[in-house]
Design a protein around this ligand. Structure first.
Ligand code: 76R
Length: 243
C-alpha cells in the first residue's frame, strides 16, 4: 500500500476564467466604459502593490479561443483573502459583462519526492512565487489515474519517487525558458493539481507538454483538463480589449 509523500504549502491560489459579452460592452456609454476601465485599472494596481510587497502575486491574461476571454490568477496568503479579492472583482462595473467559465482553487505545493530539504530558498520561490510578467501563459489541471492496475495512489513510494525524478529531469532544462508553478487542489477543488506555465515563447508550452507525455507519470497516470492559453494584458492590450 502507498503512503502519502510529505508536502509543504504556501500561498493559496485562485485561477478564474471569464468570457466577455462584447455586445453588452458595446452598449455601454463612453463615460460608463471609462469608469469601468478606471475601476479595473485601480483593481490591477492593488494587485500589483500586493505583488510588489511580496504578500501575494497575480497574472492577468487575454485568453485564446471559446473557453474564455480573460484569465485572472491570484495568489494570496489564505482562502478568505482570495474570497475578498474575488468579491472585489465581481463588484467592478466590468464584471457586469463577464461570465465566469472556469475556476480552480488550490494552494502552491512542493513535495518531497525529489527534494531532500524543503526549507530552502528554492522551495520558497515555488511556494511564494513572484509570478513573472512573461508574454504568454498556459494553465491546465492534472489528476493522477486510479483505474485497475494503473492506480498512482496504490504504488509504493519508491516507485512514485522514481517517476517523479524522471519528471524533474525532463522538466529542469525548460526552466531556462519558462517558469512552472504546481498548485495542489486535493480537498480544495475537483482536480488534484493545477499547472501554470509562463514563457515569452508559447511554443515552449507545446514542447514541454509533449516531452512530458512520454514520461511514465504522464503517459500511464496523467489525466488532463482543458488547456487555457493566453497573452499578457499590458497597457496596449488593455486599451485594445476594453476600447
Ligand atoms: O526536481 C525537483 O526538485 C522537483 C521535482 C518535481 C516534482 C516533485 C517537478 C519538477 N514537478 C513535481 C511535481 Mn512538475 N510539472 C507538471 C507538469 O503535462 C504534464 O505531463 C505535466 C504538467 C509540468 C509541465 C511540470 C513541469 N509536477 C509535479 C506534480 C505533482 C505530482 C505528485 O505529487 O504526484 C505535478 C502534477 C506536476 C506536473 N515539473 C518539474 C515541471 C518542471 C519544469 C520541473 C523541473 C523544474 C522544477 O524543479 O521546478
Amino acid at each position: 500500500m502507498g503512503k502519502a509523500i510529505p508536502t509543504v504549502e504556501g500561498w493559496h491560489s485562485q485561477h478564474m476564467v471569464f468570457s466577455m459579452d462584447f455586445s453588452a460592452w458595446n452598449c455601454f456609454e463612453a463615460a460608463e466604459k471609462e469608469k469601468a476601465r478606471a475601476e479595473l485599472k485601480a483593481f490591477l494596481a492593488e494587485l500589483e502593490s500586493m505583488h510588489q510587497a511580496k504578500e501575494g502575486s497575480y497574472a492577468f491574461y487575454d485568453v485564446n479561443g471559446y473557453k474564455g476571454d480573460l484569465l485572472l490568477w491570484i495568489l494570496a496568503p489564505s482562502l478568505d483573502e482570495l474570497a475578498k479579492w474575488e468579491r472585489k472583482f465581481r463588484r467592478l462595473t466590468i464584471a457586469s459583462v463577464l461570465v465566469q467559465t472556469y475556476s480552480y482553487t488550490s494552494v502552491t505545493e512542493v513535495s518531497a519526492y525529489v527534494k531532500a530539504k524543503l526549507d530552502v530558498p528554492e522551495v520558497d520561490a515555488k511556494l511564494y512565487p513572484c509570478v513573472p510578467k512573461d508574454k504568454y501563459i498556459c494553465f491546465y489541471n492534472m489528476t493522477k489515474k486510479r483505474e485497475g492496475n494503473d492506480n498512482w495512489f496504490m504504488l509504493p513510494q519508491e516507485e512514485r519517487g522514481r517517476m517523479m525524478r524522471e519528471h524533474g529531469i525532463t522538466g529542469r532544462p525548460y526552466l531556462e525558458i519558462l517558469s512552472e508553478f504546481t498548485t495542489g487542489g486535493v480537498g480544495l477543488d475537483d482536480w488534484e493539481w493545477g499547472v501554470t506555465i509562463l514563457s515569452d515563447d508559447d511554443i515552449q508550452f507545446k514542447k514541454i507538454v509533449y516531452d512530458m507525455r512520454f514520461e511514465e507519470a504522464s503517459a500511464r497516470y496523467g489525466i488532463f483538463s482543458d488547456f487555457y492559453v493566453g497573452t499578457i494584458i499590458d497597457d496596449a492590450r488593455f486599451e485594445e480589449i476594453f476600447q
